[in-house]
Design a protein around this ligand. Structure first.
Ligand code: ZN
Length: 475
């Protein structure tokens, strides 16, 4: 396949999205990756070897090495149509400051090695008893909880879908650590967009594993983005001003919006920030909810327009939700974003809503050319012009997960692959039968979201967006 087929003509930049910032700038994109992260993530019992397939495919497409899509001075990009800085020539060291010059554009893409979290980092959210257990050396040896107390395991959620597995302590520390490394890179201005596809473990509770999630990297990352920063940097908009006493430099906390596109309700993340720090963190989960569907909680129902907490939003969709349903809903999501005006966005890109997932509940496509698809939504989020942390999540058809996160990486890195690109020959090539192409097209599942139901959801969201704007204006 030629370069032209791999990388189609880029779309017009950032058109008509809420919160669009007109100034063009060099975007710093970092992918959190290390061989150790891949090896540990591949041990996750619910997603064995998914990470190996993902990074093998990314390597095959040249996404595990740095590049630049545009650099002042011209030249041509290896494999790309735009810009200069062949191969890793345009990559920067971690500590370099971001350029934000008027009139400059393009992307610097590079790989950032994650640091493991410490126990103290995890203790910012998790309970001590839970950490004692999942970080103990005996847990590192346990396979399926052998030799452990069944009562204790049950109490900590370490049974059924979250069994103990070898190297769980190292896994928990590195998955959380990678999300924290990513958050720090955003906070320090090293990254405009940070990607950690092994993160997004949105069901892990303070004292209990749940839904294939052992460690709550999402909450930890949001907490870090909310850490006190001197008023002068890095963001300049208003926020929670703290500690402005005489002789003391005032500090503030940024506003963070969490948007969750996984098939399942983001229960633990929404719960962590509900009714707290009003106005600081907004959580918005778009998911499926029906009797008995995981996680079974009343909170997964449509948020009431008169809710006491308009910063914790839940948008359930009926079975079969596809591109058209997401396209209908998306402008309302953007109105919430504009009303809240976040400085940081955390986007959970779980893939179990994609067509072909074994959950067989939603029917979302991938190709950004299709309005409402996952690729299209990610491109819209880029158009918001906010510093963003992109996380993974569910996704149980490993080849499709590898396709999707590889494709999304290429979009975020400013060098979008063609969804119809052939899968390159590599060690897992045979897993991509029968299409052997990158795309995950929507299937033929019937979309049960009626126009009336979607109109109702959009109406409720619009009321909530107005309330959020009103609350922000009165601060
Ligand atoms: Zn899920």
């Amino acid at each position: 396949m030629s370069d032209t087929q791999l990388y189609p003509t880029p779309p017009a930049e950032n058109s008509n999205s809420s919160g669009e910032r007109k100034k063009r700038q060099v975007k710093q994109v970092v992918l959190l990756f290390s061989p150790q992260l891949m090896a540990l993530a591949s041990l996750l019992p619910s997603n064995r070897d998914r990470a190996r397939m993902l990074y093998a495919l990314m390597h095959a497409y040249g996404l595990l090495r740095p590049f630049a899509t545009v650099a002042p001075g011209g030249g041509s990009l290896q494999h790309g149509k735009r810009g200069s800085g062949a191969g890793g020539g345009g990559a920067r060291e971690e500590e370099e400051e971001e350029e934000e010059e008027e009139g400059e554009g393009g992307t610097q893409y590079r790989i950032l090695k994650p640091n493991a979290a410490t126990r103290a980092d995890l203790a910012e959210y998790h309970e001590r008893e839970y950490l004692d257990y999942i970080l103990s050396p005996s847990s590192a040896q346990a396979e399926g909880g052998e030799g452990q107390s069944a009562l204790v395991l049950d109490d900590l959620g370490l049974t059924d879908d979250c069994p103990l597995f070898p190297h769980l302590p190292a896994y928990a520390l590195l998955i959380a650590g990678a999300s924290l490394t990513a958050a720090s890179a955003l906070l320090r201005g090293i990254a405009t967009y940070a990607l950690h596809w092994e993160g997004g473990r949105h069901h892990a509770h303070r004292g209990r594993a749940a839904g294939y999630c052992y460690v709550q990297d999402v909450v930890l990352a949001i907490q870090r983005l909310r850490s006190l920063q001197p008023v002068a940097q890095p963001a300049r908009a208003s926020g929670d001003i703290v500690g402005a006493e005489v002789g003391e430099q005032p500090k503030r906390r940024a506003r963070v919006m969490y948007l969750d596109l996984d098939l399942h309700y983001a229960d633990a993340v929404c719960q962590a920030f509900a009714h707290s720090r009003a106005g600081g963190v907004l959580t918005l989960s778009v998911h499926h909810a029906s009797p008995g569907f995981y996680p079974s909680t009343a909170c997964a129902a449509l948020t009431r327009p008169d809710t006491a907490d308009p910063y914790t939003l839940s948008l359930p969709l009926a079975r079969g939700a596809g591109n058209g349903t997401y396209a209908r809903l998306w402008p309302a999501v953007e109105r919430v974003t504009a009303a809240f005006d976040p400085e940081y966005v955390v986007l959970q890109c779980g893939l179990d809503a994609l067509a072909g997932d074994p959950c067989r509940t939603f029917n979302l496509g991938l190709d950004r050319a299709e309005e409402g698809s996952l690729g299209w939504m990610v491109e819209r989020v880029l158009g918001w012009g906010r510093r963003t942390l992109f996380l993974g999540g569910g996704g149980y058809e490993s080849a499709n997960a590898a396709r999707a996160w590889t494709y999304l990486t290429s979009i975020i890195a400013g060098r979008p692959l063609n969804a119809r690109a052939d899968i390159p020959d590599h060690v897992f090539f045979g897993q991509y039968a029968p299409s052997f192409t990158l795309d995950v097209p929507a299937g033929t599942m019937r979309d049960e979201n009626t126009r009336e139901a979607l109109d109702n959801i959009v109406g409720v969201v619009d009321v909530l967006a107005d309330r959020i704007r009103g609350l922000r204006c009165s601060m």
